[in-house]
Every structure is written in C-alpha cells, then in structure tokens.
Design a protein around this ligand. Structure first.
Ligand code: 0RA
Length: 638
C-alpha cells in the first residue's frame, strides 16, 4: 500500500466487513427479496437472543416512511465501554464493524443463539447504506452511525439521558441499493416471520408498524401459550379431534426441546420443526427422535389399554401421524445445519433428547388424558385399516390392468393415436355433455371419459374407499400410469388431461375434487403441466337466427363493439348440456376455438385446500377461504 494515511484501526474495519460486501450471498443467502428481508430477521434475532437470555420483553419493528427499518428492544443494550481488544473503540462499534464480534461468540455470552448463520448485526451494517444505533444503558442514551457499508461516521457518544431506568438497543438501517436487487420491504413477509418468532418465544411481545405512506398498519403478536398457541393457530381451519394440546419440554446440558401437538380429522400430517428459532424444513435429528418415540409411545399405550389386541399388528408411524399437527422446537449451542438448503438439523445428541422427552412426557400425558388417548388410538386404527385396504385395492388395480390386456375401462371412448404427445383425454361430467363431446371430438387424438355425479371427496374419503370408486378406477386405468408412489409419468397415455365440467357450483366442485385427486395421487402429472381445465363459453346470444357463443366478459365487450346495433339479450350459459355437439366442439374442444387453463402446482394445492374447506361444515371458515382465494383460483365459480 502506498500513502501514509492508513492506520491499524482502518485495517480492522476494512478487513472486518469487506468479505460481506464481496459475497453477500454467503451471509444472507441472496441479494433478492429473501436476502433483503433476512436483514430484518438478523436484527430481530439479536434482540430475541436478549429475550432468551431473560433480559428483553418487547421488540418493536417499524418500516419507516423513508424506506428504512427500525428494530427496537428493551434488552440490556449493547455494551458501550471501550473494548479490551481495541480500547480506542466502544464495544458497540466493534460489534457492528467486525464479523462474528459480540457476546454470542465470546464463549461466556449467550448460551444458545439464533441467527440463520449466526452472522450477527454487523452483516446488516455491511449491507446498509446507513445504519444508526441507539443504546440506552447505564442511565445514558448513546448513539453512533455507520455509512457506506459499515464505517463509523464518528465514535459512539452520549446524546442525553436514557428515560428513567430504561435499557435497550435500537437499530435503524437503510439497505444498500447497490447491493440488493430491490430495497422495498414487503409487510406480509415481515409479519409472517414476526408471528412465527412470537410463537416460538412464549410471552415475548413483538410489535409491528408500517409507517410507509399508503401502507400504514400495525400489529401486535404475543403468545403466552407459545408453540401451544402455534398449534391452535395451525388448526384453526381444521377440525381438532379434541380441545387439549399436548405440550412438554425437557432440557439437559446445553440443549432443550419443547413439543406441542394435537390431532385433527384431516388425513395429513403437519409437523413443523425448528432449531434455535430457525425453521428446519428438511427435518433432521429432532424430527427423527420425535417420530420414533411417538410411534413407540402410542403403540405401548394402545397395548397397555388393550386397544390393540394381541393378534393385531403394531401401528406404523404414518398411522399414528395421520391428522397430527406438531411443533418441535429445540435450542442448542452449536446447531449443525445440513442438507440441500441447510435446513436439516444434524446434531445427533438432539435425537436422543427429543426421543427421551417424548417417550416419557407423551406417555405421561396419554395416561392423564384417557379420553384423548382413546381418540388418538381410534384414529390410528382407522388409518391402519385404510393403509392395509389401500394396498389391497392398489394391488387389485394393478393386477386388473395386467390381466385385461390394455386394461382400459369400458366407459372410455379412446382415441386412435397411440402417441401420448398428441393425445388428449376429456373427463366429462354428465351424460348429455359426454354425448356431445363424443360426437364433437377428433377421434384420432381426443378420448372421452364420462363420469357421473360427484366423485368422492378425496380429502374426506379414505384412500381405500376412493380407490374402490368406479369413476376413480376408470380414471386410473385410462391414464395408464399407476398412482401414488408407483405413478410413472413415462407411461401416461395422454399428455393433456382435460377436465370438462359446467361453469357452475357443481362444476366447481367436480373440478376441485379431480384436481385434488391428481395432486394427491398423480402428482407428477400436475408437475409436468399435463392437467388442464376446459373453459366452455360463458354467454350466448342470437345473431339473426343463429346462436353465437362468447367466451367471457371481454369477448362480450368485443362483440358489442363490433355489433353496435345488437339488441338481443345475452344468456348466461348454465350447462354444457345446452350446447349442441358442434357448438361444444367449436367453442370448447377444437384446438382452434378453445382456451384451456393449464393448472400449476400452486393452483392444484389451492384446490386441495379448497376441497377440505368446501366440504367442511364450518360456514365461517368457508366464507373466509373463498374471500381470500377467489381471485387466485380460476376453477372456482363460487
Ligand atoms: C453483546 C453483549 C451483550 C448484549 C448484546 C451484545 C446485545 C446485542 C444486541 C443486538 C440487538 N439488541 C441487542 N441487545 C444486546 C451483553 C451485555 C451485558 O452483559 O450487559
């Protein structure tokens, strides 16, 4: 280096944070929206560490009108005294300008800390155009500001007295526009994260305020029930089997676990696990330990109470987990995050802790809750029976298609082409519509499978019943690729599977049911984009004596513009049955006249939710779902 104006303290600062600006992705994952929001998470995590250490009761997160973000806590405040490593600087300045500085890594600081990569607030400083820090501590209010990637503008100074007895830290930062793709925070993203943090930190009050013009809103999260409240929240739109939520904790040495669980009438399992407040979406040792002990505890309980007879086989884990909603939250000293997305907990010692805790405490809870225990076992018995029956049904379907040569259902009117790429199958609801579709199809490439009435609700109906249903069996055979785990996309007989049903409430129902079936039992078909919804026209009107069909409101407007003197009424089409076969062909089936909706995974997943909700009895839940999703779900006419 040339030039002499370069002293040791500068080197510390430059070497301290430069790597973060050179490779932001290494520290916050990305410079997109996720990385941007991670800045807030990082600062809040620091405040949560204070809370976990028992010193902070409230955190205020504010999106400032000028685009910055403020995180204010009532913890002890970052220490302000000169730092032994570099007595020319306050500890606060060092914490903000050095990677990995701060109590967390000092050994005798915090016992267990969060933070995605434990990177700390200095990373936020490095990636901010400006960061302001205010510390109330030892009776005074101290302040320091940093600019252009983390350089202190001036040393920390006292700017006045702290409000009587107050301690705490306030961090205000403005993300660097030269680093991030965009710097506008999304309130919903922040809110979801804060709510989760509030659930995971029992009793901690987290307040949110959005002060940006046009965005103004406020929110307070505080859950005295912690993850027990989390479970209730997750089950709000479901039907719990009983009111109680089972909740237990256990700790040893440097690690602790808390679990909350409840069963619902659903057929899915919803297990969410966390390590130091970070979602472990790929599972890991804590989930393994939990599942093993859960299976064990419920089997032991069922045997002891003679609910499982001697000749009955044990429950499998999946039987017991059907309808389970559970949160597993562990805290430990050195979390090892592994897996594709670093969201899998690798610490082996956690497995035995969670396993022991669950074996002991869940067993105790079952003993104390005979009514609930009985319901859990009953549910597992049904699931076990369904599992066995489903296997039989599956074997049967497989054998049938092997024996019947082509194994095609009698109702199917197949196309002559054997090339899946050009072949389509229309699943048509109703007899008269199916009749028209048969006449209107292109027999070379278009197959028709008529279905009658409402097929079984896949969510409400058990797998075994569903597979016994004649409509479903015909569908499985026609598609020709098996189902569930054995589904083989390469065997699919048609690359377009098109649902054709009326544009009314019953039609919505059938579309929803079929989409749910495809999502659950033929997932790769949806993933490949092979599932479509046909759109029969919405309106018809007379031009002279001939009927003209119009696809939607836009088409009607275009038509009116082209026919200014048109004075005939527009009929809203009720059923496909009203159309002649050639009209059905021209408007809905032929490649020229039709518009198909290709169904994405997201949309199919919404159908899945809609299915359970629309079949449910809770009018209020139903109304809310429709309100929230109507504009996103193109196949719902409700
Ligand atoms: C280092 C040491 C101590 C507290 C903190 C850092 C601290 C950091 C942040 C970041 C946001 N809010 C915070 N609150 C505290 C321990 C201080 C002591 O021993 O008094």
């Amino acid at each position: 280096m040339t030039g002499g104006t370069y002293d040791a303290s500068d080197i510390t600062v430059l070497e301290g944070l430069d790597p973060v600006r050179v490779r932001p992705g290494m520290y916050i994952g990305s410079t997109g929206s996720s990385g941007l929001h991670h800045l807030i998470v990082e600062v809040v995590d620091n405040a949560i560490d204070e809370a976990m250490a028992g010193y902070c009761t409230r955190i205020d997160v504010t999106l400032l009108a000028d685009g910055g973000c403020e995180v204010r806590d009532d913890g002890r405040g970052i220490p302000v005294a000169p730092h032994p490593h570099d007595p020319t600087k306050s500890t606060a300045e060092l914490v903000l300008t050095t990677l990995h500085a701060g109590g967390k890594f000092g050994g005798n600081g915090y016992k267990m800390s969060g933070g995605l990569h434990g990177v700390g607030v200095s990373v936020v400083n490095a990636l901010s155009a400006r960061l302001e820090l205010e510390i109330d501590r030892e009776g005074y209010r101290h302040a320091i500001a940093f600019e252009k990637g983390g350089n202190a503008v001036a040393p920390l100074k006292v700017i006045g007295e702290a409000p009587r007895g107050r301690t705490g830290t306030t961090v205000r930062f403005w993300p660097d526009e030269t680093i991030f793709d965009e710097v506008e925070f999304r309130a919903q993203t922040v809110l979801e994260r804060l709510q989760m943090m509030a659930f995971l930190n029992r009793g901690l009050e987290i307040r949110f305020a959005d002060e940006r013009p046009e965005h103004e809103q406020q929110q307070v999260y505080r859950y005295n029930g912690g993850i027990q409240d989390f479970v209730r929240h997750l089950n709000e739109s479901k039907e719990p089997l009983f009111k109680k939520v089972c909740n237990y904790t256990q700790s040893e040495d440097d690690q602790e676990v808390e679990v909350a669980l409840q069963w619902t009438s659903s057929y899915h399992e919803a297990i969410f696990s966390f390590a130091n407040g970070i979602a472990t979406t790929e599972g890991g040792m804590h989930e393994e330990g939990f599942k093993k002990a859960l299976t064990n505890a419920v089997n032991r309980y069922a045997r002891a109470r003679n609910l499982l007879k001697e000749s009955d086989p044990n429950f499998q884990g999946e039987d017991i987990r059907e309808g389970l909603t559970a949160i597993i939250s562990v805290r430990l000293m050195n979390p090892q995050f592994e897996g594709q997305t670093k969201a899998k907990l690798g610490n082996v010692s956690v497995r035995s802790l969670v396993e022991r805790a669950t074996n002991e405490k869940l067993a105790e809870w079952l003993e104390e809750s005979p009514k609930e225990g009985g319901q859990i076992v009953q549910k597992a018995l049904l699931a076990q029976r369904a599992r066995v029956a489903a296997r039989h049904a599956r074997d049967l379907t497989r054998r049938k298609s092997a024996l019947d040569g082509a194994g095609l259902p009698g109702k199917l009117v197949d196309c002559s082409s054997r090339n899946a790429k050009e072949s389509e199958i229309f699943i048509v609801e109703g007899n008269s519509a199916a009749g028209s579709a048969k006449r209107g199809r292109d027999p070379r490439t278009q197959a028709i499978l008529p279905i009658r009435g409402k097929i079984l609700n896949v969510e409400k109906a058990r797998v075994d019943k569903m597979l016994k249903n004649a409509e479903i069996q015909a569908l499985i055979m026609a598609v020709g690729a098996g189902l569930a785990d054995e589904f083989d996309l390469a065997k699919v007989r048609y690359n377009k599977v098109i649902i054709l049903a009326d544009a009314d409430v019953d039609g919505s129902h059938i579309r929803t049911l079929l989409l749910t079936f495809f999502l659950r039992q033929m997932r790769p078909l949806v993933e490949a984009g092979f599932v479509y919804v046909a759109q029969p026209p919405l309106y018809s009107t007379l031009v002279g004596t001939s009927k003209t069909y119009l696809k939607d409101d836009a088409a009607r407007e275009t038509f009116l513009a082209a026919h200014p003197n048109h004075n005939k009424p527009f009929e809203r089409l009720k059923g496909l049955g009203e159309m002649d076969w050639d009209e059905l062909r021209d408007t809905t089936m032929s490649v020229r006249g039709r518009t198909l909706l290709q169904i994405s995974m997201e949309e199919a997943a919404l159908a899945d939710q809609a299915c359970s909700i629309l079949m449910g009895d809770d009018v209020e839940v139903r109304r809310r779902f429709i309100q929230e999703n109507a504009k996103d779900v193109r196949f719902l006419d409700i």
